[in-house]
Design a binder for this molecule. Sequence first.
Ligand SMILES: Cc1ncc(COP(=O)(O)O)c(C=O)c1O
Ligand SMILES: [Zn+2]
Length: 416
Amino acid sequence: MAEHYQLKCRECGKLWGNEPRSFCDECLSPLEVSYDMDVARGRFTRENIEAGPTNLWRYNALLPLPEGFQSTLPTGFTPLVEAHHLGKQLGTRNLYVKNDAVCFPTLSFKDRVVAVALAAARRFGFKVVSCSSTGNLANAVAAQAAREGFDAWIFIPADLEPAKIIGTQIFGAKLIRIAGNYDQVNRLCSQIAEKFPWGFVNVNLRPYYAEGSKTVGYEIAEQLGWRLPDNIVVPMAGGSLITKIRKSFSELIALGLVEEKKVKFFGAQATGCSPISDAVKRRLDQFEPQKPATIARSLAIGNPADGFYASRAIRESGGWAEDVSDPEIVKGIQLLAETEGIFAETAGGVTTSVTRKLIEQGYIGPNETTVVCITGNGLKTIDAVSQEYALTPAIAPRLTEFESFINDRMAAVAGK
Ligand SMILES: Cc1ncc(COP(=O)(O)O)c(C=O)c1O
Ligand SMILES: [Zn+2]
């Protein structure tokens, strides 16, 4: 049976069938996967989804997977947790955290996009998979390539966090550190993709890969009881995730799985790399590329591939974008951890602190339902917060020692 999806140019609408390509030769615009919605309507029903596995493959009727595709990788279906304590601190009552810090297998939402991309890589006959990455994608490609039997070649900026480097090498991937920033790494990968017969998940397989992000949105709607939130706050690097969550909500509405609702999309960036939030705030049609300088390395993309579409999606939705400084990122990580017991990476600090700002500015109301997307795990970026937690001197394993320790502590607190 022919597939019910194919690549379509986002601007001129030309159809391209299914092949490893991300740009339209006619007009040089990016391609996106487009589905035959009549076929999807019969398959993508609440009943079918609820009868499916408790992972992202329950949504396979709206993912670009080969016919008969089967996977045993239980990625996705991460918790959506009520965040009462955080909401109380920030001044809003119906706050939720979508927690992809515990996504399987490498603790970020990138596990989702890679799961879909590797299905495409297999189908197109690639033996080697590759990517340019700010860290999390590197981890996800390396881990899943190991399990699926691909060779992996991973390109990163040389100065990534140690945990993200080891978290790539441990899986046996070939890691190429580039003396440059992500945008330079990505440009190099586009050139390599022209010459080497490799499946670059975020270059020639990008349209397929990006569809994996829609599953964040499907899950949020299903976990809210088949309903959409009023607001959603999403961290942005290349700008793909936010546009794909929006696409997922539109598809759910179009197929009648949820009631129609205008969800406001809010984009979050670090001030040290904020081309998309800057474009939204200045109401520019095109973003201006930036040179990144922030501790939020996973979001440090100065020339975002989907920046134009992300800022347009935010504006069309009636939402807004904000950015926060490095100290605010650290405070955001601490606030989320201390109120909800969730240790997020720097991107989560960005999202939490941007949410605080948006509530203070009145963009998000106190009675609205708001979902904050936490997309990566704090154990990968401990260097961002380690200076906040000086080690106390070790004490001897004796009760008297402990008693004098605690007395000193109490006195210190009382004297404050
Ligand atoms: C933890 C984390 N959150 C969010 C993003 C942003 O995703 P996108 O590039 O789709 O905007 C990334 C991208 O690397 C990431 O690593
Ligand atoms: Zn075109």
